[in-house]
Ligand binder design. Structure first.
Ligand code: MLT
Length: 246
């Protein structure tokens, strides 16, 4: 199985994802928000790259059926129902609704990966399910870290490393891509100290500054939400265990 890792989605092309299992990671916070919304009963999440797409999709829907969620600079977008803190996406709020989600890096990376054979949204919260899926599907894999502001982000790279560490059962194969080696090595080095490292990272510091410190702890709870958000007919929905591998 060939495994490729993109540390940001900047240069991702259709050829990089076609025919492969693709896992998009935006730990802080879009991936974690999507897993939370779906596990709490949202009907689906529509990931959009920008404001214009969000407004267009909303204008074609019954007003009671959707919620607009998203952020710019980490803060809820004016006029939207929700920001991008996963802790806002409670069962009371999201049950039965479609979430139109518009974030700076995460939803953009998802829309760039649409040509994948299987497109999944991964995070620390659902790492186990993602690794099981990758194994069962048996296809080549592309892990796409959303990164932040066109740069590599520590938390997404660590999460990519966690997936590889589990996929390879803690032992790196002799020949791997450079970026897979970077992610694996970073995770192997920091694995007992993940939260402290992420809190000191650029995005961690930014979330602390704007009052979302609790999101960091929440988003790093490994395997706490064992769901598989996957892309189907232009939206993200939960893949049930019995459907895996089809
Ligand atoms: C993003 O997509 O850029 C994020 O998830 C940013 C955030 O909400 O912290």
């Amino acid at each position: 199985m060939n495994v490729e890792v993109f540390l940001t989605s900047n240069n991702l092309t259709e050829d990089d994802v076609k025919g492969r299992t693709v896992v998009v990671i935006d730990v802080l916070r879009a991936s974690s928000t999507i897993a939370t919304a779906l596990t709490n009963g949202a009907r689906a999440v529509v990931a959009v790259p920008d404001m214009a797409h969000a407004s267009k999709i909303a204008s074609n829907m019954d007003q009671q059926s959707y919620l607009l969620g998203g952020e710019r600079d980490g803060i809820k977008i004016d006029g939207y129902h929700l920001g991008n803190s996963p802790r806002e996406y409670t069962p009371e709020t999201v049950q039965g609704r479609t979430i139109i989600l518009n974030t700076t890096n995460g939803t953009l990376a998802i829309t760039k990966s649409r040509a994948a054979r299987h497109l999944l949204v991964g995070s620390f919260l659902n790492a186990d399910r993602i690794v099981d899926f990758i194994r069962d599907a048996g296809l080549d894999v592309t892990i796409v870290c959303a990164g932040r502001r066109n740069r590599v982000s520590l938390e997404d790279t660590l999460c990519a490393g966690l997936l590889l560490y589990r996929l390879w059962e803690g032992k790196e194969p002799a020949v791997v891509s450079d970026t897979a080696h970077i992610a694996f090595t970073l995770y192997a080095n920091d694995k007992d100290n993940i939260e402290a490292k992420v809190r000191c990272g650029n995005h961690g510091q930014n979330l602390i500054d704007i009052g979302f410190e609790e999101d960091i702890t929440y988003c790093l709870k490994t395997d706490s939400i064992p769901v598989l958000p996957h892309y189907h007919e232009n939206q993200l929905v939960l893949l049930q265990r019995e459907e895996e591998g089809k």
